[in-house]
Ligand binder design. Structure first.
Ligand code: 5AD
Ligand code: SF4
Length: 464
């Protein structure tokens, strides 16, 4: 029987992608991925370091793993900590949780099979958090199991922006773009394995500048998207996460010119106060962001915008916070994530003296989220009565229910006779109801509700 591998991923979509690639490299060595932690020979916690809570979750999960690992014996799993907490706090993890067998960073997980082999041979405290010269992408095997109709593809990693609050430049390292040819090869394989939509991933994805196929000037993200749009079978392209300063003219134009590029953009602004934006090192003003949004909407008027916000960055006062509220009202977001500032070790903002108290942070977060939630509800409400193309990519929780996404990324649920036959299909859906986080609809080409009444009565059923 195949040995079992259990991976729990925390945090962003990049970690979900990395977990898949770890499973690919382990599959070559006879490991099959399982959703059941209890049967795992190897358990990987693929961690996130972006905010305090994410790291705390790791230590509480490690606490739970302590007993089986410590008891030893045949069934004790090999415990691996991967991802950004591994990178940033590898030695600390080994100290606080000595039952962890392997710590491996985001740039070296192609070495996971060898590390696990050594752990199985009895070596302890294996720590591999290099930023190696070789790229893991050159060492990983082809993607194994398909990711389904909506797939992720990492095209860029790391970040050189060093925003005051952010650990990413330290955990994921310097910005690095994969060559365009490698991206196209991986995209073709994803399509062969059933992907209709690909989301291009990178910590600063629109800084993409990959080697061009066959040499010549590097490709930017706009150029790459145009090439991907030409691949037969690929219906939808998205990308995340972007920095406003890297929104180049060609990329903006692509939003108007490439039909497969979905009218949906996650463009974090973090704050609406110029003073705070400067302290954050974002190197743009609130007005720059509003202008940029206007240029994007000129290219693609139905663009649904999403963003990230931080409240309570060091130095933020009530006036600054009001500027954030004003920016939200001006721009209007379809969706957004908002967070209390959380000091991250080693970042400049964590050493600032003008930290904001937790009560003010909590109060501002609640006010901001009220406004963002109202905008999201309104955005969803405006979809009611419209017909939208939905890519169905998973079963809903209820029987005969199917779930998918609109071009603007809204989750949609429909109930239909044969959900499995529509998996991976893009169908027009008439939206009938809107909720805070999702929509409900009916297939536009579904038979009318009483069509069944004309069918012959089923055997064994008394006809009235
Ligand atoms: N505190 C709070 N939020 C943070 N983010 C990144 N670092 C921090 C931090 N130290 C948020 C930003 C970023 C998102 C991924 O997480 O809004 O865009
Ligand atoms: Fe972090 Fe994004 Fe700033 Fe890079 S651009 S440092 S990933 S917040």
């Amino acid at each position: 029987m195949a040995k079992r591998l259990f991976i729990k991923s925390y945090g962003c979509q990049m970690n979900v992608y990395d977990a898949g690639r770890m499973a690919d490299v382990m599959a070559v060595h006879g490991y099959a991925r399982t959703d059941c932690a209890d049967e795992a020979r190897v358990t990987v916690l693929n961690t996130c370091h972006i905010r305090e809570k994410a790291a705390e979750k790791l230590f509480s999960d490690l606490g739970r793993l302590r007993r089986p690992a410590r008891n030893g014996g045949e069934n004790a799993p090999i415990v691996v900590v991967a991802g950004c907490v591994a990178q940033a706090e590898g030695a600390e993890i080994m100290r606080r949780a000595p039952w962890v067998d392997v710590v491996v960073g985001p740039q070296t997980y192609h070495r996971l099979p060898e590390l696990v082999r050594r752990a199985e041979a009895g070596e302890r405290g294996l720590l591999d958090i290099d930023f190696p010269l070789e790229s893991k992408f050159d060492r990983l095997p082809e993607e194994g199991a398909g990711q389904g109709p909506a797939a992720f593809l990492t095209i860029q990693e790391g970040c050189d922006k060093f925003c005051s609050f952010c650990v990413v430049p330290y955990t994921r390292g310097a910005e690095h773009s994969r060559p365009a040819a490698a991206v196209l090869v991986e995209a073709r394989r994803l399509i062969e394995r059933g992907a209709r939509e690909i989301t291009l991933l990178g910590q600063n994805v629109n800084a993409y500048h990959g080697e061009a196929p066959g040499g010549g000037a590097e490709w930017g993200l706009g150029r790459l998207i145009r090439a991907l749009a030409d691949l037969p079978g690929l219906a939808r392209i998205r990308y995340t996460t972007s920095h406003p300063r890297d929104m180049g003219g060609d990329l903006i134009a692509a939003h108007g010119e490439v039909p497969a590029l979905m009218p949906c953009l996650h463009l974090p602004v973090q704050s609406g106060s110029d003073r705070v934006l400067a302290a954050m090192g974002r190197r743009h003003t609130a007005a720059d962001y509003v202008d940029l949004v206007a240029r994007l909407r000129a290219a693609r008027p139905d663009l649904a915008l999403s963003s990230d916000f931080i409240v309570g960055h060091p130095g933020e006062d009530e006036t600054d916070f009001e500027a954030t509220m004003a920016l939200v009202r001006t721009v209007g977001f379809a969706q957004a994530y908002s967070f209390k500032y959380s000091p991250r070790p080693g970042t400049p903002a964590s050493a600032a003296e003008d930290q904001v108290g937790d009560a003010a942070k909590a109060d501002r977060l609640a006010r901001l989220q009220d406004l963002l939630n109202a905008q999201q509800r309104e955005f969803n409400r405006l979809t009611v009565g419209r017909t939208v193309p939905v890519l169905f990519d998973r079963r809903g929780r209820k029987p005969r229910q199917l779930a998918g996404r609109t071009p603007a990324m809204q989750a949609v649920h429909v109930t239909c006779e044969d959900p499995d036959s529509l998996m991976g299909e893009i169908r027009d859906v008439v939206v009938t109801e809107a909720y805070a986080n999702s929509l409900r609809g009916e297939l536009a080409d579904a038979p009318p509700p009483f069509a069944g009444a004309r069918r012959a009565p089923r055997a064994g059923r008394a006809a009235a």
